[in-house]
Design a protein around this ligand. Structure first.
Ligand code: CTP
Ligand SMILES: C[C@](O)(CO)[C@H](O)COP(=O)(O)O
Length: 257
C-alpha cells in the first residue's frame, strides 16, 4: 500500500508498541432527502454549527486520527474547504476534501482513492452521525489495531422486529416471522478497517450496500462488533434533529459553556 517515493508519516507509539497510522473518511455528499427540503444534510446546522463540522471534530478528537478526508457534496467542495478553514480544529490533524458521488458507496470509494500512503487503518464515518463520542471512535481503532480486519460499533435493538411480506400499496403487510432480536444489532459508524482489506472490498464488491462492513462480509472476511453508543445515532428524519439539538444542549450545559 505504501509508496516509497512519497514522504511516509512516522508510526505512532502507544505504551511502547508501534501502531499503524489511522485516517478517517467522512462521506458527507448525501442530499438528506428524508430530512426534508434544504441544504445538503451535512451542511445543515446543529447548535449553530454545520453537522459536518461536528462529525469532523468527533473524528479529530481521537488522538489516533491524524488525517480526515471529507467527501463533500459534488457542488459543495469549495464551501466545505471554507468551512474547515473557518472552524477551530486540532492542528495535529490534516484535512483533504474531495467531491462525492451518486451513492454512499461511490462517495466512500472516492474518499479512499484520495488517501495518501502511510495510513494502514481507515475509519469510515457518516457526517450524519455528528455526535459520536470519542470513546466509541477509540474503541473501533483499538479493535482494528488488535487485528480485526473490520469493526462496527453496534447496539442491541430496542424494539421487537417483524419480518413482513410485501403488500400492494395501502394494503396491510402480512407478518411472516419474529426474528430472535437477542442476535440482532443496529450498526453505527465509525466503522474501522484494515486499509488494504477495505480497498480490496471497494474494488471487488458490486451492487448496492448500505455500509462498508457488508462488503467485507461479502468477501467472507471477519467483521466484529464493539459497543456502540446511543449518541452516535444517525440524523435521518426531522425528529432526529430535535434529539441531536437536545443532546448537544445537554453537553454544553455539562461542559459549562
Ligand atoms: N451519495 C452519497 C449519499 C450519502 N452519503 C453520505 O452517507 C452518509 C449516510 O447516508 P444517509 O444518512 O442515508 O444520508 P443521505 O443519503 O443524505 O440521506 P437520504 O437517503 O435521506 O437522502 C451521510 O453522511 C451522507 O452524506 C454520501 O457521502 N454520498
Ligand atoms: C453506514 C450506516 O450508517 C450504518 O448504519 C448506514 O447504513 C448508512 O445509512 P443509510 O441510511 O443506510 O444510507
Amino acid at each position: 500500500m505504501s509508496d516509497a517515493s512519497l514522504p511516509q508519516p512516522p508510526a505512532q507509539t502507544v505504551s511502547g508498541r508501534t501502531t499503524a497510522r489511522t485516517a478517517a473518511v467522512i462521506p458527507a455528499a448525501g442530499r438528506g432527502v428524508r430530512l426534508g427540503p434544504g441544504a445538503p444534510k451535512a451542511l445543515r446546522t446543529l447548535g449553530g454549527t454545520p453537522m459536518l463540522i461536528h462529525a469532523v471534530r468527533a473524528m479529530a478528537a481521537s488522538r489516533a486520527v491524524s488525517l480526515v478526508v471529507v467527501v463533500a457534496p459534488p457542488e459543495g467542495a469549495a464551501e466545505v474547504r471554507t468551512l474547515l478553514d473557518a472552524h477551530a480544529l486540532p492542528d495535529r490533524t490534516e484535512f483533504v476534501v474531495v467531491p462525492g458521488g451518486e451513492t454512499r458507496q461511490e462517495s466512500v470509494k472516492l474518499g479512499l482513492d484520495a488517501l495518501p500512503p502511510g495510513f494502514d487503518i481507515v475509519l469510515v464515518h457518516d457526517a450524519a452521525r455528528p455526535l459520536v463520542p470519542v470513546d466509541t471512535v477509540d474503541a473501533v481503532v483499538e479493535a482494528v489495531r488488535d487485528g480485526a480486519p473490520a469493526v462496527v460499533p453496534a447496539l442491541p435493538l430496542a424494539d421487537t422486529v417483524k419480518q413482513v411480506e410485501p403488500a400492494a400499496p395501502g394494503e396491510p403487510e402480512p407478518v411472516v416471522a419474529t426474528p430472535d432480536r437477542s442476535l440482532l444489532r443496529a450498526v453505527q459508524t465509525p466503522q474501522g478497517f484494515d486499509r488494504d482489506t477495505l480497498v480490496r472490498a471497494h474494488g471487488t464488491v458490486t451492487g448496492d450496500v448500505t455500509d462498508d462492513a457488508s462488503m467485507i462480509e461479502q468477501l467472507d472476511l471477519a467483521v466484529v462488533t464493539v459497543p456502540g453508543h446511543e449518541e452516535a445515532f444517525k440524523v435521518t428524519r426531522p425528529l432526529d434533529l430535535v434529539l441531536a439539538e437536545a443532546v448537544l444542549a445537554r453537553r454544553r450545559l455539562n461542559d459549562g459553556f
